[in-house]
Design a protein around this ligand. Structure first.
Ligand code: AMP
Length: 486
């Protein structure tokens, strides 16, 4: 410490008051999921896992970030997701990678010279410029993992599901976040049998049923393949270029006539709807193979008693989709009414450097929106069940309270043991506020008589039991588990 310098603790006290009181808030478009809502999320995830595992899907856990190029190549550089919405940053220099490459390249330049900012060759610039992005979706990662781990060698199709956060810099609003959560499933393998598509869709409708969401619409379409889609796109473009049509389109759609006319079909602009209705439909311009595939899909859905609506406007914004596309919307959701979307992407594995002939289909559902729909459907409520509150009074009671809390927790009950002694009335009030079903009372009387007191809060009924009878007392039906979060 130099002359006149103050000791560390005094300097800290002089920080401006404003800074010391600074409060942080969650970043725009992100949010905390608090109890009791988190119990509903857990219930939903457990239910979704159960449904997907019953269809023999297995979980894949993926990284949250990948090379930007992976998303750019698989999703398409001209999509909003890639061009505007990704959280992309330059990775910090990875010294190990540099030294490794350095050795291979004959020792030039050195890691030190790069770190010191000297001019480097374009090849080295590539390493330094490695850009990574937070994942905006997970299909690209699943396909990357499929290729990386040679999963085509596994018997049958790879049937994988994932659960986790995705990141897109969209304009936040109800049902649209910058960090949102998706559950998705993918089937990768050599077969593109329509039964695979139908089973995947049936899995979703099973999940909707388990969540008791009755108001929804399943929309399906076929968007053809590399053989028939380009011809349709040209036909569509020619139609859209007609002056009487072109002049009625908004600026975005006018631009898309040249860049990606399929996306005009996606438009939500009210003044364009009448025009879109009259445009040629892709399902009427499919090649023989695609038409057969689509017809079989519809038969397979009917066989499974899955009701569907055909929607010629369902084109999906992503380049790698082909043939089957589908979406499930729910009128109970408001403006952001898409619960999930999916489709076939037979060319993606090869496009990302994988083996030829591997087909794929998948979906992603928005967890945030599913939860809203569950709450809206009023069938399941978020709860935070507490089984037993232990009201202990007096030092002599405390060791018994600690021991019994452990015994009851071993039995998988939710038990709240106050860390400090509470007056009896206060303890009962607290138990009530926490929604406890029972209060286990342990005071001087209980210790002296070797008998515990149990109070049921729903009706105030109180009874005495011995410690030996305690575990049996709380076995179902007294504490039957029910509802989400249990
Ligand atoms: P996509 O990957 O765009 O096909 O989206 C699949 C599903 O994820 C949608 O149907 C929505 O339910 C959900 N989703 C997409 N973007 C968001 C977002 N920004 N916020 C909340 N949910 C979203």
């Amino acid at each position: 410490m130099g002359e006149g310098a103050k000791p560390e603790n005094e300097r800290r006290d002089e920080r401006p008051v404003k800074e010391a009181r600074r409060q942080f808030r969650a970043i725009k478009g992100t949010r905390d999921i608090l109890p009791p809502d988190s119990a509903l999320w857990n219930w939903f995830e457990k239910t979704a896992r159960g449904v997907m595992e019953s269809y023999n899907f297995a979980e894949i856990r993926l990284p949250i970030f990948e090379k930007t190029e992976l998303f750019a190549r698989s999703i398409g550089g001209d999509t909003d997701v890639v061009s505007k919405e990704m959280y992309t940053f330059k990775d910090q220099l990875d010294l190990d990678e540099v030294i490794d490459t350095d050795a291979k390249e004959g020792g030039h330049p050195t890691a030190e010279s790069i770190l010191s900012g000297e001019e480097v060759s374009p090849q080295w610039r590539n390493i330094l410029d490695t850009r990574i992005s937070l994942r905006p979706e997970a299909t690209a990662s699943v396909v990357r993992a499929y290729i990386e781990h040679g999963m085509q060698m596994l018997p049958g199709n790879a049937k994988l599901y994932y659960i986790g956060p995705m990141f897109r810099r969209e304009r936040p609003q109800k049902g649209r976040y910058r960090q949102f959560y998706q559950i998705g499933a993918e089937v990768l393998g050599t077969s593109d049998a329509p039964a695979i598509d139908a089973e995947l869709i049936q899995m979703l409708t099973d999940l909707l049923e388990r969540c008791q969401i009755e108001k929804y619409t399943l929309l399906i379409n076929s968007i053809g393949c590399a053989a028939c889609r380009p011809k349709y796109v040209e036909l569509l473009r020619a139609e859209l270029r007609k002056p009487e049509i072109f002049s009625k389109l908004g600026a975005d759609s006018q631009r898309r006539v040249e860049t990606n006319p399929l996306r005009v079909m996606d438009s939500k602009l009210p003044e364009e709807q009448a025009i879109i209705e009259k445009l040629p439909k892709i399902s009427e311009h499919l090649c023989e193979e695609c038409r057969t595939h689509y017809e079989k899909l519809k038969r397979e859905l009917t066989l499974r008693e899955v009701p569907f609506t055909e929607s010629p406007r369902l084109v999906r914004g992503l380049d790698y989709y082909m043939r089957t596309t589908f979406e499930i919307t729910s009128p109970i959701l408001g403006a952001q009414n898409a619960l999930c979307g999916g489709g076939r992407y037979d060319g993606l594995v090869e496009m990302l450097g994988g083996p030829k002939g591997i087909k794929g289909i998948g979906f992603a559902l928005g967890e945030d929106r599913f939860i809203d729909a569950i709450v809206e459907a009023h069938k399941i409520h978020a709860t935070r069940p507490l089984d037993i509150f232990i009201a202990w009074m007096g030092e002599r009671a405390y060791p018994t309270a600690v021991r019994l809390a452990h015994v009851l927790r071993d039995e998988k009950h939710r038990v709240e043991l106050p860390a400090g002694e509470m007056k009896f009335r206060k303890a009962l009030e607290r138990a009530d506020k926490l929604g406890a079903r029972y209060v286990l009372i342990i005071g001087d009387d209980e210790i002296a008589s070797d008998m515990l007191t149990i109070k049921r809060l729903s009706d105030g009924v109180q009874e005495k039991i011995s410690e030996e009878a305690l575990v049996d007392f709380f076995r179902p039906p007294a504490l039957a588990k029910e509802g989400p979060g249990s």
